[in-house]
Design a protein around this ligand. Sequence first.
Ligand code: MN
Length: 249
Amino acid sequence: MIIDLHCHLDLYPNPHDVVAEVQRRRVAVLSVTTTPTAFHGTRSLARDCPQVQTALGLHPELAEQREHELDLFAELLPEARFVGEVGLDGSRRFAATQSAQARVFDQVLRLCRDEGGRVMSIHSRNAVSPVLQALAAVPGAGVPVLHWFTGTPAQADAAVSAGCWFSMGSAQLSTPKGPELLNRVPRERVLTETDGPFTTSGGHPTLPWHAEETVSLLASAWSCSAADARAQVTSNFERLVDTSSRMGS
Ligand code: MN
């Protein structure tokens, strides 16, 4: 099975074609959203495609502008089995929105906790420590999956101790420190992702089935066969889905 645990299906120019191909190739996709307003429309893209799960999100880059959508987030959360994309972004470009980001992420975590927990796809660019602090402040929010984690080795250790999982993409594993970080986290908590269409492959937006390329990079870092790496990721994914189905309402 090919697994893309973080993909923005609604942001491709031709989302219906992408979903049709996802279905044909039987790719399992976590279709993340950036605003609560986008949730229903994005979910309807994959209405006939059970291997696509749509996650309810409020992206940190939009937190300030869309803080008023927290009410809608709370209203939709009971119908969302997964949450994402949520988190914090510590880049200089978003420095002015840091307090809004922190309020929104804290509220998202509290809402998840109150609903019995959720599997959450989390953005942590330049903000791993604040993300871990926010998670620690709200025990019971669920299972954090750090998407495109690019922290230091010490932050990777802290994230592992905090119970985080990791979804990784080709761009990340192709950097010199990618395989080193990968080997710092338990194989049982690693998943593949594309973050399409924000990443490119051969000059075109990455598509969900390109997560297969990440499997080869995992195999090389883990010194195992691609078949073994695929089996590991598949079993991880099944465990995560099982966990999510036992959470909350
Ligand atoms: Mn993303």
